[in-house]
Design a protein around this ligand. Sequence first.
Ligand SMILES: NC(=O)c1ccc[n+]([C@@H]2O[C@H](COP(=O)([O-])OP(=O)(O)OC[C@H]3O[C@@H](n4cnc5c(N)ncnc54)[C@H](OP(=O)(O)O)[C@@H]3O)[C@@H](O)[C@H]2O)c1
Length: 323
Amino acid sequence: MRVAVIGGTGHIGTYLIPRLVGAGHELVVVSRSRRRPYQPHPAWNQVEWAVIDREEAEAEGTFGDRIRALRTEVVIDLICFRLESARHLVESLRGQVRHFLHCGTIWVHGYSTVVPATEDLPRRSFGKYGIRKAAIEDYLLGEARIHRFPVTILHPGHIVGPGWVPLNPQGNFNPEVYTRLACGEELVLPNLGLETVHHVHADDVAQSFQQAMTHWGAAVGEAFHAVSPAAMSLRGFAEIVAGWFGRTPRLRFLPWEQWKETVSHTDREDTWDHIAHSPNACIAKAQRRLEYQPRYTSAQAVFESVQWLIQNGQVRTDSTSAS
Ligand SMILES: NC(=O)c1ccc[n+]([C@@H]2O[C@H](COP(=O)([O-])OP(=O)(O)OC[C@H]3O[C@@H](n4cnc5c(N)ncnc54)[C@H](OP(=O)(O)O)[C@@H]3O)[C@@H](O)[C@H]2O)c1
């Protein structure tokens, strides 16, 4: 099939495009052409490029028409963050596409209630990003169920892969946290370290999109989590990371109000966002209906990323410090 991927050169697209080309699809990658994928792959030589700035085209009111003009049977929208953007695209593609796949986020759940969270739980979203994504989800599922617009939504967790910093055991993106654990230095965690994070390898997110296309009948009108098989507590995550370097972590715990004074503003904001959500999402629905089988546990996915950080000098270990 001819497939357009909007925002196809980022974390997810790096894996999704080679997968879909490998499966015999004809790909059109939509982006501003500023970024290259994180890894090279011969599949990129076989794709058609559509250089479109979504924000500019939406401001002109032409984005939907330009996507429709690509004449693809499937549209995968990886970068929709506003309800108006979703509405504009759906109106343009109605009656034109066999399958429309939207990238959501597990942030639509907001704070955790029953865990692991299933897709059908009432939403408790908070924060601009999560609230907006939940509004898009609600709108798209309504379009599918009332007007038969063929939508599927995939909700990734914290996406990780080689090439960027994976969410760390403090719940932020400071690579120094990995260095501290690798070198046996003390690490301070907020509260009891029992709040949770839920990673997913970017290739497993890509797999979920591919499986949703393959299982069209089971996927249309539905939302699915795209995460690893299990979330981790911050404390458990720290133990796993230290264990890679043959260590037991030297952990100390501080109540949030004290802990937040020990880190930078950015780290504090990121950690708060992650522990306030403390995601823990269930993949049973995706396993059952899409035959989604994540290749990576959370720890395996982060391990691969941390190896990349070490090789690229962003994380030190005792052996790299000595050299
Ligand atoms: N990152 C996470 O941990 C995470 C977790 C849960 C859900 N999500 C969801 O994942 C999706 C993002 O996927 P990703 O992480 O693979 O994206 P990404 O790595 O941020 O890549 C963004 C892609 O969109 C393109 N792009 C950015 N702005 C554009 C514009 N104005 N017009 C056209 N193209 C544009 C970029 O290429 P150019 O710069 O060259 O245009 C690139 O191809 C979002 O829906 C987000 O809500 C992410």
